[in-house]
Design a protein around this ligand. Structure first.
Ligand SMILES: [Zn+2]
Length: 489
């Protein structure tokens, strides 16, 4: 006789978003979905039973901003970095991808690019996955409809506002070649304006999809970066993270955010996402833009790295990222905005940059020569739980910031909560277990981390994806069973 549940997890303290309390309960799973939540469910009712006594049960986190496949082959990167995701309590990995150098190293039509993205992803992720795609070439503007209506990828980005005349890593890159731009194309504000207009047009044409048709911006302006970088470099006084922060000043972010607001408003675009806000200046610009252009809804995102590190951190070039790690004052201000509910979701911007690529071989401490970006999805839930609760954030609010809010924003309506009918994505976390970050313990292929030495409390013990155990006490179990998530789901 078949039993009512495939899996029963007993005696957990369940942390749900949008609730004020944490209740001790049992969780029954059937066919990959939560089937029943309640106390004292009989062990005979399930094929497999876990005892979660003493553990908190969170919904699986949605890391809505990653860059799987940026520096290594997509299939290979998906294998290792989705293991890292499971380690960090992440059960849905959403990658911002684009044509051009890195990723698939191909330009041209999305009708060729997109099936290849799916082909390389299939069977390689240990957690569920989705993509956001950034229009780079003008020819891709007409294909936004295809992405939104056929591919299930209605959020467009990340729009890299600083790429126009400035490289990903600083001054050295040749942008046109690097983005594989056709001769007549420019990657500039006029192109970004067209993206907004096309997205707004799609919102009008597809009212049911309209809430999910969004444009996501990386807000920094190339002209200011170029000038400040030259100034800081020529002066030769600052080094390390302080140099990088000063070379890419917060008001460059603020200016870019104001431009996004004006463009979105003029286009009639209803939703934009302001990605990885790093500073007081940038946050205040976003709030000013909200007030100035009320018809535009601004999604406000913060990256874990900007909450965990600042310019006094000891990580040197390993912490080089765009936008930069900011001052301790900015970091504290961001936490205030997490605590007061202004920040809507927290992500990692995970971009595993192998050690050999990250720093220049002959000058490893040179911040100007290092590559930007690093991973961190393996620390998402433990680090935000630990730092957040220490500062007064409730575990339920952690579940909103990491699970419910990003799932809602990006159309994953069957994820982000633990309730009957939702995908059985679940993380068991020991709130008392102490940790100190050591890259040797990470399942990511990155080999180093700017977070090395940080310590805290609250360790992920088990991660389940749709009822399947994928991560168990430090190791991956089973096979890569991640499924592509077409949105809205
Ligand atoms: Zn990013």
């Amino acid at each position: 006789m078949t039993k009512p549940f495939d899996l029963l997890i007993k005696n957990v303290r369940l942390v749900r978003p949008n609730q004020d309390d944490i209740q001790t309960t049992d969780i029954g799973v059937k066919d990959g979905k939560f089937a029943r939540i309640g106390p004292a469910l009989a062990t005979e009712m399930a094929e497999t039973v876990y005892d979660g006594r003493g553990l908190l049960a969170f919904p699986g986190a949605v890391d809505a901003h990653m860059h799987v496949g940026i520096y290594r082959d997509l299939a290979e990167d998906a294998r290792s970095e989705s293991q890292a995701a499971a380690q960090g309590g992440v059960t849905t990995a959403m990658t911002y991808i684009r044509t051009g150098s890195y990723y698939l190293n191909m330009g041209g039509s999305w009708r060729d690019f997109w099936p290849e993205v799916l082909r390389r992803s299939e069977g390689n992720y240990y957690v569920d996955y989705a993509y956001h795609v950034s229009p780079i070439e003008s020819g891709q503007l007409a294909e936004m409809e295809y992405l939104a209506t056929e591919a299930g990828a209605p959020n467009f980005g990340e729009v890299f506002m600083f790429y126009g005349s400035h490289g990903l890593h600083g001054r050295s890159d040749n942008q046109r070649q690097w983005l594989m731009l056709p001769d007549d194309d420019e990657y500039d504000l006029a192109h970004f304006d067209q993206i907004c207009r096309r997205a707004a047009e799609l919102q009008r044409r597809y009212p049911d999809l309209a809430p999910y048709i969004q444009v996501s911006f990386h807000c920094e302006t190339p002209e200011l970066l170029r000038a400040y970088e030259k100034h800081v470099c020529d002066a030769g006084v600052l080094t390390g993270l302080a140099a990088w922060h000063t070379a890419r000043p917060p008001h460059s972010e603020a200016l870019a955010i104001a431009i996004v607001g004006a463009m979105a408003h003029a286009a009639g675009l209803r939703q934009v996402n302001i990605l990885h806000i790093t500073s007081r200046a940038a946050m205040e610009a976003a709030l000013t833009a909200r007030a100035a252009w009320p018809a535009v809804q601004f999604g406000l995102e913060v990256a874990a790295a900007h909450l965990l590190l600042d310019t006094t951190s000891d990580c040197g070039v390993w912490g080089k990222v765009n936008p930069p790690i900011r001052t301790p004052e900015d970091r504290e201000y961001l936490w205030q905005k997490v605590l007061d509910g202004t920040v809507e979701w927290i992500i990692t911007d995970h971009a595993a940059c192998p050690q050999g690529m990250k720093a220049a071989a002959d000058d490893p401490d040179n911040i100007w020569l290092a590559r930007a970006g690093f991973g961190g999805t393996e620390y998402l839930l433990p680090a935000i739980f630990s730092e957040g609760t220490r500062r007064g954030l409730s575990p339920n609010r952690v579940a909103e910031l990491l699970c419910w809010n990003p799932a809602q924003r990006f159309g994953l309506h069957h994820k982000g909560d633990v309730a009957p009918g939702y995908d059985a994505d679940l993380v068991l976390l020991d709130p008392e277990a102490q940790w100190t970050i050591d890259p040797a313990d990470s399942l990511s292929a990155q080999e180093y981390t700017p977070f090395a030495g940080l310590s805290g409390r609250g360790q992920v013990k088990q991660t389940f994806v749709r009822g399947h155990l994928v991560y168990d006490n430090g190791r991956i179990v089973g096979r890569p069973l991640g499924v592509y998530q077409s949105r809205p789901g």
